[in-house]
Design a protein around this ligand. Structure first.
Ligand code: NDP
Ligand code: OXD
Length: 308
């Protein structure tokens, strides 16, 4: 049995070692050393070029190195075999750390305090009790649910929004386009953890940003395509949005002349909110391969009709 890895070349050695550790019986090949392509059963990939996967004739399943799968959905020649998105504890924990950190950052007025520091100003801002701070997460999947679970400890007023109705203890759950207005209108700190699909592209735009309470914060750790950037900049300039933490952008790396770089109400990070960790991810991939080889259904298979 052979698996071909085609991802970040700098991390190829780590992946090879991790996969060998978790599956000594599987032959691990690292692109470009693909060998005889007809022998390859599985591909573990990030942003493969168009038709690359179609050139592997006997694949049984494709594993995405990341949680997002647009890099595969955009390939018109994607083979018609199961595609598994990345769900692994390292990626989940990393995202939760970043979300908790960012929510606390806005909750505790850090943008204002940093501005005060630069101005050598010593001024207390009245603290808001966590129970009076409404934190809402768009996307109640693996990542959104884990972040909410950890945010509970702080006592925030928590809400979430998803496509299908959910029931999560301690979280007010909203669902569907018809409940989006209500969800947004009672969210002080908004976190976007949606997949990028035809339905969610541009979901944070002038109209939806205007539904948030004035001064709300926006944390986007999903995809740049969720935000209409010109609309967000206008909302930041007007004070409708009080601050933003942006980890993802329409164009990455962020253009040198982007206004986000030095906007005083924005924190920019270079798409690092979370990363797949080779060791735990290799265990997750091997677990799925074992399932398939034993005739059990794969987990976390992408439904391309839904788009995620
Ligand atoms: P999941 O597939 O587990 O969850 C997706 C959630 O979004 C589900 O709750 C789903 O609803 C909801 N959703 C999808 N479409 C809609 C819609 N039209 N309206 C309302 N809700 C919708 O994804 P993950 O939690 O694993 O990952 C989320 C995203 O995070 C990834 O797609 C990726 O883009 C991003 N990401 C970013 C990283 C970074 O470093 N910045 C790292 C890792 C991931 P339902 O539950 O009803 O299906
Ligand atoms: C992912 C990402 O989707 O890294 O995992 O953004």
């Amino acid at each position: 049995m052979a698996l071909l890895f085609k991802g970040d070349i700098d991390r190829g050695g780590d992946w090879q070692a991790a996969l060998n550790r978790h599956a000594p019986d599987i032959e691990i090949r690292t692109w470009p050393e693909a060998g005889e392509v007809a022998d390859i059963d599985y591909a573990l990939v990030w942003k493969p070029p168009r038709a690359f996967l179609a050139s592997l004739p006997n694949l049984k399943a494709i594993f995405s190195i990341g949680a997002g799968i647009e890099h595969l959905a955009s390939d018109p020649e994607l083979p018609d075999i199961p595609v598994v998105r990345m769900v692994e504890p390292g990626l989940t924990t990393g995202m939760t750390e970043f979300v908790v950190m960012s929510v606390l950052y806005h909750h505790r007025f850090m943008l204002d305090y940093l501005a005060q520091q630069r101005a050598r100003a010593w001024h207390e801002i009245s603290q808001v009790a966590p129970g009076r701070r409404r934190v809402g997460i768009m996307g109640l999947g693996v990542l959104g649910c884990d972040a909410l679970e950890r945010l509970k400890i702080f006592g925030f007023d928590l809400a979430g929004w998803s496509r299908s109705q959910k029931s999560i203890p301690g979280v007010t759950c909203f669902a569907g386009a018809e409940q989006l207005v209500t969800f947004l209108s009672c969210t002080d700190i908004l976190v976007c953890l949606l997949p990028l699909t035809a339905e969610t592209r541009g979901i944070l735009n002038a109209e939806t940003l205007a539904l948030l309470p004035r001064g709300a914060a926006v944390i986007n750790v999903a995809r740049g395509g969720h935000v209409v950037e010109a609309d967000l900049l206008a909302a930041l300039d007007s004070g409708q949005i009080g601050g933003a933490t942006l980890d993802v952008f329409q164009e990455e790396p962020l253009a040198e002349d982007s206004r986000f770089w030095d906007h005083p109400r924005v924190v920019v990070t270079p798409h690092i909110a979370s990363m797949t960790i080779p060791d735990s991810a290799a265990a997750a991939v091997v677990h799925q391969i074992r399932r398939l080889e034993q005739g059990q259904p794969l987990e976390h298979v992408v439904d391309f009709k839904r788009g995620y």
